[in-house]
Design a binder for this molecule. Structure first.
Ligand SMILES: [Fe+2]
Length: 265
């Protein structure tokens, strides 16, 4: 992977200095955080805009991942499916505001469910696009490669578990590699639909969409073939950057905590 930072030094420091930027970067990466202004809004092609969610541009053309993922799949997946999650999340925010203004919470259960589903879909897809590249494939090196070797035994063992996780999602859902900051661990999780089987506090750094809309036009019911081809477009530079950013945040938090203890004494 590249040793280049995700962001220029000054921009990276600016992002690190804002809690909002920090959390946003961890979840949706440089597409959003690189353009974040002082007010937290994102200018340009990020995943938020003016306090609402927005469809981020892909970092490549719709046909860039061929032959592994067809142009038509990418076009529909991004412009129709992802857009629907963005629209649904924003509609739920509007509904919440309306409920507050009218003090009428009769339909709040449905609205909360709508927001959870659509917001999660937006975040999942935003990471998914950035996790792929026409120059992808191979395996990670650096800190993430070492962590995978240590925690899974080898990259091959990690890949076998991730593949099995993806192939065995019941119905529509995702396989994800999470960074879990409490124990400083990596784990592979299944996500049902967009938001089922929650792993609160853990942050996805690699997401694989196994909804039928992600592969059926090309692979029909052969989800396993799609997953095997997907490994050829995984952008490990992006995944490594996410892991290193999060572990650096954890390390920095520890230093601050130590300092706070000294101050208290
Ligand atoms: Fe999807």
């Amino acid at each position: 992977m590249s040793n280049d930072s995700i962001l220029p030094t000054g921009q990276r420091r600016d992002v690190l200095q804002t809690v909002g930027g920090l959390a946003g970067f961890a979840l949706i990466g440089s597409t959003s955080a690189a353009g974040a202004g002082d007010d937290g809004d994102v200018e340009g092609d990020g995943a938020t805009e003016n306090g609402r969610y927005a469809l981020p541009d892909l970092p490549y053309e719709y046909d860039a991942l061929e032959p592994h993922i067809d142009e038509r799949i990418m076009e529909l997946h991004h412009s129709a499916h992802h857009q629907a999650y963005v629209d649904g999340a924003n509609a739920a925010l509007d509904t919440f505001e309306e409920m507050r203004s009218e003090s009428d919470y009769e339909d709040i259960k449905a609205a909360k469910r709508d927001f959870s589903f659509n917001f999660s879909g937006h975040i999942n897809h935003t990471i998914f696009w950035q996790n792929m590249s026409p120059d992808g494939g191979g395996e990670p090196d650096g800190e993430l490669g070492a962590a995978i070797d240590e925690q899974f035994g080898s990259f091959e063992a990690f890949r076998e578990e991730f593949t099995a996780t993806a192939e065995n999602v019941e119905g529509d859902g995702w396989a994800m590699l999470f960074y879990e900051p409490v124990a400083d661990l990596l784990f592979i999780g299944q996500v049902e639909s967009q938001n089922g089987l929650a792993h609160q506090g853990s942050i996805p750094i690699l997401t694989l969409d196994v909804w039928e809309h992600a592969y059926y036009l090309q692979y029909e019911n052969e989800r396993g073939s799609y997953v095997e081809e997907w490994w050829n477009v995984v952008d490990w530079d992006d995944v490594c950057d996410r892991y290193e950013f999060l572990t650096q945040v954890e390390a920095g938090k520890g230093k601050d905590d130590d300092h706070a203890d000294e101050t208290d004494e």
